[in-house]
Design a protein. Structure first.
Length: 166
């Protein structure tokens, strides 16, 4: 009976220690966020920005508070997706006509719509890639203007001076 009580006390102590450790980590993390916010140096998570951009058109740019870029990206990806869908439907219709008639003209139409659809898919891929890279760069340079204000380069006469404010 005493072994069971000892094991129970040991487990309670272990789990309470883990929960205190997590609370201390949460408090220190919140304190760090508060200090960063106080200094005006909010940071963005580049991985999160990339994932938003991957799954939501313009999502990474919206996360980085680049709202105009987000709107442009969303619009461009939506238009490209719409054209891809349009050419896919046209391609399927042309192929159905070709299966019924076996004419070269219907097959040529099918080939044209197939090439246009494939082209649109490549454009979507390129747009998605550029959107992800842009979201990554924007997240990494999120507080660049704040850091840039700390450094000052002066040209006076024949001399150059560099000032850095802490």
């Amino acid at each position: 009976m005493s072994k069971k009580i000892f094991i129970l006390i040991l487990l309670v102590a272990l789990f309470s220690n883990l929960s205190c450790k997590n609370e201390n980590e949460d408090i220190s993390r919140e304190l760090q966020i508060f200090q960063d916010t106080k200094q005006g140096e909010l940071k963005r998570n580049a991985t999160k920005a990339m994932l938003y951009s991957l799954f939501i058109p313009g999502g990474g740019q919206f996360y980085n508070k680049k709202y105009i870029k987000s709107a442009i990206g969303f619009t461009a990806e939506s238009i490209l997706f719409g054209f891809t869908l349009h050419y896919h439907i046209k391609m399927n219709d042309a192929y159905s006509k070709y299966e019924q008639s076996h004419s070269q003209l219907d097959y040529d139409k099918y080939s044209i719509f197939y090439e246009k659809q494939q082209s649109m898919l490549w454009w979507i891929g390129a747009m998605k890639f550029l959107s992800i890279v842009d979201a990554f760069v924007d997240a990494k340079l999120y507080n660049f203007n704040e850091k840039k204000k700390k450094i000052e380069l002066k040209f006076e006469g024949n001399s150059v001076s560099l000032n850095y404010r802490f």
